[in-house]
Design a protein around this ligand. Sequence first.
Ligand SMILES: [Zn+2]
Ligand SMILES: [Zn+2]
Length: 143
Amino acid sequence: MSEAPAIEGGCRCGAVRYRAEGGPLWVSHCHCEECRRSSGAPVSTFVGVRTGRFTFAAGTPGAYESSPDVVRKFCGACGTPLTYEAAIYPGEVHIMAGTLDEPKTLAPERHVFVRERMPWLEIADDLPRHDTLPRGVPRVPRG
Ligand SMILES: [Zn+2]
Ligand SMILES: [Zn+2]
């Protein structure tokens, strides 16, 4: 079985670049307020990858603790939000999908924290919708 192609991307100005080997663990839309404020957008789409197979390939991102045990990283030059890591999701880096070089190839599988969704944002897809982050959502490699 051949491995999925590497996931690469970076910030708007190009100062910070990342690379993840081994393909995505999952892809989700998050509607929570924390992500909304952190991204400035009504919904944030994330690609989960393995921490051990993720590296910043160029530049050093800024970082801050957005909540206890949650670290968000961003480009200090242009401000693009890049990643989310949390103690409750050990071994995972969550990449902001809008920063991928090839975002079209990684389609989301679900919506989470839909209870915090903007009422004026209608997304017409048939993906599963969860009020919070459901327990039992697969956090293991796909395929
Ligand atoms: Zn930048
Ligand atoms: Zn969120």
